[in-house]
Structures are given as structure tokens and as C-alpha cells.
Design a protein around this ligand. Structure first.
Ligand code: SF4
Length: 322
């Protein structure tokens, strides 16, 4: 395997003042020791409830959020040690598709400029005609037409705007694209089209994806491997099939129990999690999931479970597997 991206013990802690959210000053432990890898041509899903730190993890990998600890290695090179010029080159290699196709496109720019300006800024092509040809090519690749290049984002539907967002992510010929809830703002019928488009583009351009989603049903269609996050930490990582057929962490089991099963003969017991997600300012001791866990044991609030490989490629952080 060819590892493109390696994330080691990544941390993003935001300082908070004493007041509305906390009686004392402290830190929001948004991302708290995340380690993961992304292989070339692979799609890794990061799933979890809102506020679990999955989007902040994506932002920190892209350096749109500065980590407070840990390392991100792109093709073996530590991103934190890169010079400004090297970071600019890295921007080319890693791109993002945002959740909201409405607010993520500049309303005052035509499609031609939204796609062409990054190519100009990065000096990708020698002549305006080459940029023109590349913009037309990308528009066609995402199911739009070159003639639509003179139009503005507000003239398009939500699904078309997400296609524009995808074309923009492709403009600099990246190797890695991080999709932050790339289909969750779209109608269900449009979601399938965008998922298929992402799969086709991956085949054609040899892309590697990190797909961030709260929805296990979405990542099922896209991902080779899935990492489940809870309160700033990864609690389970496994090939996607193992996550769906043999989820091991009680949190993954609860998340999965909420996903509808299309086959009426297959029954799934719904696990309702008790309590709210605890504060990331004062995360629970031991296993962070222990206040809500139906399988909680005595040790669980005392010792933090280590990530262990329970089977080939199936990693779980839970004392049940200690
Ligand atoms: Fe539940 Fe304990 Fe496992 Fe945490 S370590 S998920 S509390 S059984």
C-alpha cells in the first residue's frame, strides 16, 4: 500500500474563557489525539455525531485550522515543518468540498473564474487558452456545460452548485479531497447522483477521499474504511463491511442501530443512547463514552481504553476487547 497521508496524535484544543460554557477558563478538546492513515486511491469515512470533532479533524489536516499537537505527514513530509512555498504546493495536493454549496461559492464570480482563478494563482498553465480548455473540461466532467461557465452560482440548483464545488476541488489536480458532509445539504434524489459522480471521478483521476459525515448510510456507498469518532477521539476503525456487519464499539453499535434497513426481513434492535453528549471542555474520565454506554463496566470511568486491533484491520478502543 502507498500511504499518502498519516495523522499522528492530532490535537486541536480551543481556549475558552470562564462564562457561558464553563465555570472556569479551560479548553475545548475538539480533537484529542486522533491518529489515522489514508492510502492512495482509498476512501476513508470519518463518522460521528455533530460536535464530535470530525470537521475540525478535516480542517486541521488541511491546515485550515492550526493543530495544537500531533503531526500530519503528507507523503512522509511533516506538514508542520513545511516552508510557506511547500505549504502552497500542498494546497494543490489536498482540496476540500464543503457541506453547503450555497455559501461556499463566491456569488460575485462566474463559474469560469471560480475554476480558473486557482489555476492562475498556482501558475498551473502557461496560456489563458489552456486554462479555458481545462475549465471547460472540468465543467463537462461534473455534468455541466462549457456554456454555463459565464453564469453565477445563484443561477444553479443545490445539486448543480455541489457539482461546481466538486469541479473547483478538482481544478488544481489534487491527490486528496476531503468532503465535509458533501451531500447532506442535498435532496435524497440528488445525493445519489453526487455520490455516483464522486465515485466516477475517483476512478478517472485516481483520487483519495476523506468523507466526513454524520450519516452512516452515506459513507456506506463511498468508503473503503470507516473511522468512528466520539468526543474528539476515534473509537473504532475498520473496513466498511466490518463496521456494518460486525460493529464492536458500543457507540458504533448505537449509531448503526439508527440506520434504516431496506430489507424488511432484517430486524435491527434500536439502541437509544441515554443522556447528552458530555462537554468537550470537561470530557469524562476513563472512556469518554462511559456515561452513556449500555455495556459500561467498573473499569470504564477509571482507565482510558487503548486502541487495539481485534482482527485484521479492525481497531477498537473499548475495555470489552481488552
Ligand atoms: Fe462502554 Fe466501557 Fe467500552 Fe467505554 S470502554 S465503550 S464505557 S464498555
Amino acid at each position: 500500500m502507498d500511504t499518502l497521508l498519516k495523522v499522528e496524535d492530532l490535537k486541536v484544543h480551543f481556549p475558552v474563557k470562564k462564562g457561558l460554557f464553563s465555570k472556569t477558563a479551560g479548553y475545548v478538546h475538539a480533537v484529542d489525539g486522533v491518529s489515522l492513515t489514508l492510502e492512495k486511491g482509498e476512501t476513508l469515512g470519518i463518522v460521528g455525531e455533530s460536535g464530535c470533532g470530525k470537521t475540525t479533524t478535516g480542517m486541521a489536516i488541511l491546515r485550515l485550522e492550526e493543530p495544537t499537537g500531533g503531526r500530519v505527514l503528507f507523503q512522509g513530509q511533516d506538514v508542520g515543518q513545511m516552508t510557506r512555498t511547500e505549504r502552497l504546493a500542498l494546497r494543490q495536493e489536498m482540496q476540500i468540498i464543503f457541506q453547503d454549496p450555497y455559501s461556499s461559492l463566491n456569488p460575485r464570480m462566474t463559474l469560469d473564474r471560480i475554476l480558473g482563478d486557482p489555476m492562475r494563482i498556482h501558475g498551473l498553465y502557461d496560456t489563458p487558452q489552456e486554462i479555458r480548455d481545462r475549465v471547460d473540461y472540468l465543467l463537462e466532467k461534473v455534468g455541466l456545460t462549457p456554456e454555463q461557465g459565464v453564469r453565477y452560482p445563484h443561477e444553479f440548483s443545490g445539486g448543480q452548485r455541489q457539482r461546481i464545488g466538486i469541479a473547483r476541488a478538482l481544478a488544481l489536480n489534487p491527490q486528496v479531497i476531503i468532503g465535509d458532509e458533501p451531500v447532506s445539504a442535498l435532496d435524497v434524489s440528488i445525493q445519489a447522483q453526487i455520490i455516483n459522480l464522486l465515485l466516477d471521478l475517483q476512478d478517472e483521476f485516481g483520487l483519495s477521499y476523506i468523507i466526513i459525515s454524520h450519516d452512516l448510510a452515506v459513507v456506506e456507498y463511498l468508503c473503503d474504511r470507516i473511522a468512528v469518532m466520539y468526543l474528539g477521539k476515534i473509537v473504532e476503525t475498520a473496513p466498511y463491511r466490518a463496521i456494518y456487519t460486525d460493529p464492536r464499539h458500543p457507540y458504533t453499535q448505537a449509531l448503526l442501530s439508527a440506520v434504516p434497513v431496506p430489507d424488511p426481513d432484517v430486524a435491527r434492535t434500536r439502541t437509544i443512547l441515554g443522556g447528552d453528549v458530555p462537554s468537550p471542555i470537561h470530557p469524562p474520565s476513563g472512556c469518554r463514552f462511559h456515561p452513556r454506554c449500555p455495556s459500561r463496566m467498573e473499569i470504564c470511568d477509571q482507565a482510558e481504553p487503548e486502541m487495539r486491533e481485534t482482527e485484521d484491520g479492525h481497531w477498537v478502543a473499548c475495555h470489552l476487547y481488552g
